[in-house]
Design a protein around this ligand. Structure first.
Ligand SMILES: Nc1ncnc2c1ncn2[C@@H]1O[C@H](COP(=O)(O)OP(=O)(O)OP(=O)(O)O)[C@@H](O)[C@H]1O
Ligand SMILES: [Mg+2]
Length: 113
């Protein structure tokens, strides 16, 4: 099991959601977050003196998947989120130790799927 966390541009959420749906990925947690990457939140053309990071509005997706869904989930996020410009976002993948469906007590792959 893996936890796939993606930080994307907020205006790409509809496209990412549609691409995930097409890949039969229906379960997700979506949050509004703020953050910055290697441009420290400023455009490359920014000419002022940068004295601190500038936190920009982003959308975060957390999607827990079984191993056979890892690559198609990643592909769908990239398909929906990529414009080719700076700030398109990032995907972080971590090993997921456990998942428990509270209602039934199911664990692991059965609880995720
Ligand atoms: N190393 C990191 N750790 C935690 N969050 C990160 C990291 N890199 C990026 N992020 C998050 O992802 C968001 C989008 O990052 P972004 O796409 O700007 O990455 P980048 O490394 O600057 O790449 P690019 O040059 O394409 O813009 C950031 O606003 C931040 O929320
Ligand atoms: Mg960036």
């Amino acid at each position: 099991m893996k936890m796939i966390t993606a930080i994307i541009q907020p205006d790409k959420l509809p496209d990412v959601k549609a691409a995930l749906f097409a890949a039969e990925v229906y379960k997700m947690t979506v949050s509004n977050v703020i953050g910055c990457g290697q441009q420290m939140g400023y455009e490359e053309t920014y000419r002022g003196a940068v004295t601190e990071v500038n936190l920009l509005k982003k959308v975060r997706l957390d999607i827990a998947v079984n191993e056979d869904f890892v690559q198609k989930t990643i592909d769908a996020i990239i398909k929906g989120a990529r414009s080719g410009k700076i700030g398109d976002g990032k995907i972080f993948i971590t090993d997921l130790v456990e998942c428990i469906r509270i209602r039934t007590g199911e664990k692991g792959g059965a609880a995720i799927g």
